[in-house]
Design a protein around this ligand. Sequence first.
Ligand code: GSH
Length: 236
Amino acid sequence: MPERITLYTAKICPFAQRAEIALAEAKAEFTPFQIDLSNKPEWYAPKVNPASKVPAIAYGGPEVPPDQPSPESVKLAESLVLVEFVADLFPNSGILSSDPVTRAQTRFFIEGVSSKLIPAWYAYFLRGASVDDLYTAAEYVQSLLPAEGFAVGKFSAADIAIAPFLARARVSLVNEIGKYPEGDGKKVWAALTSGKFARLGKYAEDLFARESFSSTFDEDYVTKAFSARFADLRSK
Ligand SMILES: N[C@@H](CCC(=O)N[C@@H](CS)C(=O)NCC(=O)O)C(=O)O
């Protein structure tokens, strides 16, 4: 029986949503605590995560208010570590297959998302780099997908790793929020989800329809938060 779990999270953050999706898939009981990233509580870094980032988990220890973390709980951080931790705590969640080959394929997909897609997305979104690198990374990810279904067949950690980023890319692009030229966003999202990227588009649809995704994604909040945080990128 897993011990008490407190998740320190923030709705805007794609990394934090990974941990939330994993916990939702596992149907885990946990206490969520929102960290305001623009005004982090002074206790957060010293008592929860020295890197001062979300997500983080306090595991075990006595029952305490989340804003008074106990030194007796174990503190864990890094979204992909937390996803695997939840998979280990809840082996029946299906987050990580028990089959060694499928586990390796899951991690291989995550590696591609981490080393190719996410850097290409941030370069385009935050720095206005060439969209071609984003298309190349998207082509690579699409090439890993099976003809239908999720990244390694059944829903897994691979899908958890990518879904929050695709969702925020959609929010950014359809609302033209980012450093790239205004007017390109909607076109780029359409390009990434149709024509030669039709398979990626169907995959994104399947991800967004998953209950563990939709119940952990507040699109209205993320849209407003993105507008507030990134609206002036083009003028810089
Ligand atoms: N590698 C980390 C990245 C986490 C991360 O960068 N989180 C951001 C929010 S999306 C954060 O907490 N940044 C600290 C800040 O904004 O002060 C992970 O996978 O968990």
